[in-house]
Ligand binder design. Sequence first.
Ligand SMILES: [Zn+2]
Length: 419
Amino acid sequence: MKKSLLTIILLYAVYGLILYFYLFFWTGYELPKGIEGTAADPKTFLTTEELQLSENYSQLKNLLFFISIPLEWIIFFIVLSFGISKTFQQWAETASRFFIVQTALYYFWLSLLVTLLTLPVSWLNYKLSKDFQISTQTLNSWLKDEVTDFLVNYVLMAVVVTFLYIIIRKFEKRWWLWAWFASIPFTLFIMFIQPVIIDPLYNDFYPLKNKKLEEEILQLASKADIPAEHVYEVDMSSKTNALNAYVTGIGSNSRIVLWDTTLNKLSEDEILFIMAHEMGHYVMKHIYIGIAGYLLLSLAGLYIIHRLMIFCTNRWGKRLNIQSIRELSSLPLFLLLLGMLSFASSPISGIVSRYQEKQADLYAIEMTKNEEAAVKTFQHLAKFSRSEINPPKIVKFLRYDHPSLIERIMYIENIKNKE
Ligand SMILES: [Zn+2]
């Protein structure tokens, strides 16, 4: 046991080192040919210092991201192989004879342990964003968000885990199919309540404060048949300097949300471009396409997890302290496989998402006929959010849900030049 743990830690260290060298030394950050001096050339809209800061910030952020991913997997492996999961299950079983209470208790200990062990990484992320003057959040406010996160995830996941194990115990061979069926109404329900119940736990949402701007935005929205009550502003300036806007929720709860930082720092034309981009997502029903894609992937994922859980239990059941997948203590194996598969599928969802983002950009140009404002918006995103301008290939492949800023500026410039 000690030997396999040692091997894993060694592999993890090598992985971290390779990443470090890749991100900081090996990969070239040179710009594509022919863009020097154009609107996509960062030297034309950032100072040397801003450019340097943005590069350093992206490198460190990427390093932290890729280091934190296998960390959770290693934690699950340790929790299994050192019998910690088994102990949690015993505690839960001694405390109550009701299965629902047992899962709630078991999952509480498991998620508490994982949260505490990954807290340093979350803190590093916060610290980094603070050091680079992106986050404006106080430590208290950050901690409060962490606690909220823990509680929200705990409640939602405790429900999921309870249902999952009831289903596994009832249908040992076809549980993946039944679990998938059960996940459909659950996913839709969460998407429905997200903007009205979950998001307000973190931030304040309200109709736009600037009434003159609101009128313009609503005028644009009515062009696309989006009713006024679907547009919101959220108070983010107490937490960050970064800019953002997004579409969320489904059905009567679907809404377009603009961060107040976006409204405060950008010019009216730029805000209207962003708004038109979000309207593009809304009108083209990207959220629903996203849900359908997610459900499709999760059906395949659950089936693969089912096969892998049988395989792992047969092969390493003793080492991992799993006699049967019917036992609650096998949950870390489920979560470990789930984490690995979701990571493996991230390039697929990235491709779909990047395609949708481009569609939304083109829609916004169609709507506003203002390429100038679009280019300025992207330049300002780079400036205020320190968004990475030209990410390395692997980073883009694995974690980009938007085209890079350089690509976005370039295709807008191309439209402009064609006219
Ligand atoms: Zn978008």
